[in-house]
Design a protein around this ligand. Structure first.
Ligand SMILES: C[S@@+](CC[C@H](N)C(=O)[O-])C[C@H]1O[C@@H](n2cnc3c(N)ncnc32)[C@H](O)[C@@H]1O
Length: 376
């Protein structure tokens, strides 16, 4: 059993965090989640973590000066990385957690499934509000679930903590009143709407936003996105899985030969390559972007591993020289998507809605002054 001593001034730090979340609008006035944040010690779930700042990464633990301040800062605390160095588990940024919990509008007696137990901190907040016997949580990584189960128990909560691929849900406990996923997905797993009762809710990160989907009688899940950008660690099919990362494809992007053209894009090349627009994330979720500095020059790259398509983009003032190969012209696609999004007034995630039919067809709609829709 993991035992963690809660420092005396934790209560004050927690209350300050809860008040700040309310003052910043992440928690609604009079929200029941305020008490949950004020009474749940985050350091129990994140005794050690990594912070990434301008000076690189630093390990933080109970002996580190300013430890409690770091725990109660509104920031993501990373606890695990894969073999490529990509973060795969963390305690998410509290303001984002708070916004998702507020969006997860389930009644007090609701039975819910959380996907992505991680440290167990968000699970503890859910247990605080709903009661542990109504909470099931699942993480793909057995080390994480073992530790989270112990830490939850040490905090007085005994929810059902399961190990497995949460994209399959947990059919034995269905139907749920709601599913809250704290790992990101590129498309809504079909199991989730199937395991939520009609009128129930699914809150999850898709693309660069958090969607709030209500499940209909016929199994359609539909709803809006929160206004803020949000990018969670992606769901992994198994604990040892290493997701394709851009730095694995620098060789092909730098050394391949293909069709060459020079043009003057209407948007700066780095904005096109490193697009954060929600609609681009939704449509180009499996295109990887990179920026390299071989011999001191600036080179951008795009790659689509499933088709082997690639593009090498060399900026020169307001022009770019683009060389590309493979079945997809990634640069032309990305340029087109970025130009469309820019001419729509650069809308944020809150401008979109998502409908997922019972057969899994995803329809993304851009609302507002420049409406548009895509079948994904
Ligand atoms: C951002 S962290 C979750 C943060 C967590 N809610 C907390 O409060 O600490 C994302 C978590 O999703 C988990 N995860 C990734 N793929 C998963 C999957 N297929 N099923 C369940 N959990 C998964 C990761 O192991 C990681 O712990």
């Amino acid at each position: 059993m993991t035992t963690t001593t809660v420092p005396a001034d934790s209560a004050e730090a927690r209350r300050r965090l809860a008040d700040t979340l309310t003052a910043d609008g992440a928690l609604l006035p009079g929200s029941p989640w305020h008490r949950a944040f004020a009474e749940t010690p985050r350091e129990v779930f994140v005794p050690r973590f990594t912070l990434t700042g301008p000076d690189g990464r630093r390990e933080v633990g109970p002996g580190t000066p300013g430890y409690l301040d770091a725990v109660y800062t509104d920031t993501t605390l990373t606890i695990r990385r894969d073999s490529a160095g990509t973060p795969v588990s963390s305690s998410s940024q509290p303001s984002l957690m708070a916004r998702m919990l507020e969006a997860f509008t389930v009644p007090d007696h609701a039975r819910i499934l959380e996907i992505g137990t991680g440290t167990g901190y968000n699970t503890a907040l859910l247990c605080h509000r709903l009661g542990a016997d109504r909470v099931t949580t699942i993480d793909v990584d057995p080390d994480l679930t073992t530790t989270a189960r112990e830490r939850l128990a040490a905090s007085g909560h005994n929810p059902l903590v399961l190990t497995g691929d949460g994209t399959q849900g947990h059919p034995e406990g269905a139907p749920y009143d709601g599913i809250l996923a704290t790992c990101g997905v590129d498309r809504l797993p079909s199991a989730w709407p199937q395991q939520v009762r009609p009128g129930g809710i699914i809150v999850t990160n898709i693309g660069n936003g958090v969607t709030i989907l209500t499940v209909d009688e016929d199994g359609t899940a539909a709803g809006p996105f929160l206004t803020d950008d949000a990018m969670f660690m992606r769901a992994r099919p198994e604990p040892g899985h290493t997701a394709p990362a851009a730095n694995q494809f620098t060789g092909p992007v730098m050394n391949s030969t293909g069709k060459v053209r020079t043009e003057q894009p209407p948007v700066p090349a780095d904005e096109i390559v490193h697009a954060t627009a929600h609609e681009i994330w939704m449509l180009h979720h499996d295109v990887l972007a990179m920026t390299l500095h071989p011999d001191g020059t600036l080179v951008h790259g795009l790659v689509h591993p499933p088709t082997g398509s690639w593009a090498r983009i060399i900026p020169d003032g307001d022009h770019v020289t683009v060389e590309h190969g493979g079945p997809r012209n990634l640069w032309a696609e990305r340029l087109d998507l970025t130009a469309q999004w820019a001419s729509a007034g650069r809308p944020g995630p809150g401008t979109y809605t998502l409908t997922v039919s019972a057969h899994g067809t995803h329809t993304l709609r851009r609302t507002g002054t420049a409406p548009m829709s895509w079948t994904l």
